[in-house]
Write a protein that binds this ligand. Structure first.
Ligand code: NAD
Ligand code: UGA
Length: 376
């Protein structure tokens, strides 16, 4: 099945990881939190898992380590987590047997659901991978959570892409989200509606977070800031999309550490509403928040910052935006998250990209393609 991607996960047959989870530190939670992080081998999942582990929460991950992008990067992230005694089960969130076993071993108080088929433009190439992970996988996970005792509070990643063709700026949670511009966006919007029904019928505590173009160390190779860096260092051209009437495209790029703070605050406030261990104090909340940076930057400016950090001029091909699901700009209104989560992003793009480039050079040890090493 092509849409399933190549995954390295072994069959759930022996559920060989059971002993490892039982004997590991993850379930010895210091403050009462046991969190299942789906997509823990991913960019955001790794950072969130590290943050939760650092403050003493119990963390167990699940990831299928698929090859949408280089799985060795996911494995390197896993090694970091492993060194902190955080274990990631290799498996698919569609595998009901694995989920049931995990919930049998650990009484999860929270699920941080980050596993998904990400990427906007790839949806035209491989649409079914979005249905598989973002819709079918989500429902399998919710079915498990619904019947778990105690029921965990769920915080999951929606996306700024749900605003689609909305042109009212900045984007507020109350704005319309019924005009998605990509199948990716449509599956995230579907996720918002699917989670609503699980809140409505089964009383699950649900928080959906609309992340705005997240970047930073250990990031995703398919994203522009990452692939531009790679190409610039290798002396290869980059393609810069341009909007209608020659307008530059812009994104509300948000640094990973700010996103992590928003995720952790969501987990903390979700449990306040449901009580530890899922004991409900009132009706289970259904919440949606924008997590953005509130200062959009154009793609050419992004390229300029990378050039400055890498000390190399990019070879740019500027082309009209193909009809591939991209939206011209994103811009978050974050007052709701500010008010209810205490969310306050602090990282500006030049400083955040400097940190990314520093990580990139240390991880890949790249030179400029002419044999000279590059220092940021
Ligand atoms: N990075 C961003 O800019 C951004 C913006 C908006 C929303 N999001 C959302 O945030 C979440 C995390 O994104 P990310 O950037 O860390 O992406 P990522 O691709 O690095 O992480 C997702 C992880 O989920 C795993 N996965 C995918 N399908 C799975 C399945 N069926 N079963 C088990 N594991 C599976 C992948 O192997 C991957 O490691 C995703 O839901 C994404 O859609 C990301
Ligand atoms: O905020 C979100 O919800 C989305 O953010 C990103 O999507 P995107 O903003 O498209 O991020 P990039 O792929 O890094 O693109 C950033 C900008 O660079 C442009 N771009 C991308 C690639 C390229 O080769 N050239 C180029 O000009 C894109 O059109 C876009 O304007 C993530 O990839 C999605 O998973 C996520 O859901």
């Amino acid at each position: 099945n092509r849409y399933l991607h190549r995954t390295s996960h072994r069959s759930a047959g022996g559920l060989h990881w059971e002993k490892q989870i039982r004997s590991s530190a993850q379930i010895r939670r210091k403050n009462g939190f046991s969190v299942l992080v789906t997509g823990a081998g991913g960019f955001v999942g790794t950072h969130v898992s590290l943050a939760l582990n650092k403050r003493g929460d119990g963390v167990v991950g699940i990831d299928n380590f698929n090859d949408y992008y280089d799985p060795s990067l996911k494995k390197s992230r896993r090694n970091i987590l492993r060194s902190k005694n955080v274990f990631i089960v290799e498996g698919d969130i569609n595998d009901q047997r694995i989920l049931a076993k995990l919930f049998e071993i650990v009484k999860f108080t929270h699920v941080m659901h980050l596993a998904a088929q990400a990427g906007v433009r790839y949806a035209m190439e491989n649409p079914n991978s979005y249905v598989h992970s973002n819709i079918a996988g989500l429902v399998t996970l919710l079915e498990q959570c619904k019947s778990a005792n105690p029921q965990p509070a769920i915080v999951w990643a929606s996306s700024s892409s749900v605003y689609g063709l909305n042109d009212k700026v900045p984007f507020s949670e109350a704005d319309r989200t019924d005009q998605p511009a990509s199948l990716y966006a449509a599956t995230k919007k579907a996720g918002e509606e699917i989670t609503h029904t699980y809140n409505h019928i089964y009383g699950l505590s649900i928080t959906g977070l609309r992340f705005f173009t997240v970047y930073g160390p250990w990031g995703r190779p398919d994203m522009a800031y990452f692939s531009f860096t790679r190409n610039i260092l290798q002396g290869k051209p980059i393609t810069v999309f341009r909007g209608k009437n020659g307008m530059d495209l812009a994104r509300d790029f948000t640094y990973i550490d700010d996103i992590v703070k928003g995720c952790v605050a969501s987990l903390d406030t979700a449990s306040k509403s449901t009580g530890l261990g899922g004991k409900k104090k009132g009706p289970a909340p259904y919440r949606i928040y924008n997590l953005g940076n509130t200062s959009p930057v154009t793609v050419p400016v992004l390229v300029g910052i990378l050039e400055k950090n890498l000390k190399i001029k990019a070879k740019k091909n500027v082309v009209d935006m193909p009809g591939n699901g991209d939206v011209p700009f994103t811009h978050a209104n974050i007052s709701l998250a500010q008010r209810e989560l205490g969310y306050k992003p602090t990282m500006d793009l030049p400083t955040g990209l400097k940190k990314f480039v520093k990580w990139y050079l240390s991880y890949y040890g790249y030179n400029d393609g002419k044999g000279n090493s590059v220092n940021s």
